[in-house]
Design a protein around this ligand. Sequence first.
Ligand code: GAR
Length: 212
Amino acid sequence: MKKVVILISGRGSNMQSLLEAKLPCEFVAVISNKADAGGLKIAQQHGIPTAVVSHRDHADRAAFDMALAEVIDSYQADLVVLAGFMRILTTPFVERYRGKLINIHPSLLPSFAGINTHERALQEGVKIHGCTVHFVTPTLDSGPIIIQAAVPVLRDDTPAKLSARVLREEHRIFPQAVRWLCREQVWLNSDGRVATNRLEQPGAALISPGLS
Ligand code: GAR
């Protein structure tokens, strides 16, 4: 069974969705860069070992990433999952975990990389927004995409309302992506593209606003 380490920075709702999804893997640790991350308590309630590697204790990104990698490697992780981990990672760190490092991002990438995705989606007036799970590569939020979910943007949306609608879908697609990776049904090919041995299952079209 694959050993999975989850990295968080905050409340940990995506982490919780993974811990509760009965996935075919062993969650060996949850690591946070913030000691007060709410998700650490949730992990402990699930009996998962936790650790804190504070970015504040390190002189620069390189030193922080080295320290983080040491802790991850002490758990012999096969897969490292960024679940609301809000630190930009250096190229050596990302390359060390090539094909084993995935992230969930609250937008339909490549639109709205970076932060404040829901505010920016509303500002741009897009009618469809969503979330993406992707392999992490050195360029921020631009790695090969594993799965996406789309939601409609509604007329009276606020960033909070839209964020809640997207988050519900995050909690569905993230466990699915981890399940596929653990079962080796999806992987990162040497050409840098996502490969799969699953039968294609096309989803329904989302048209927003609706046609009627
Ligand atoms: C989630 O919406 C996740 O997609 C986002 O942070 C939130 C964390 O919530 N991640 C990023 O923005 C990464 N760039 P959670 O702690 O409740 O899972």
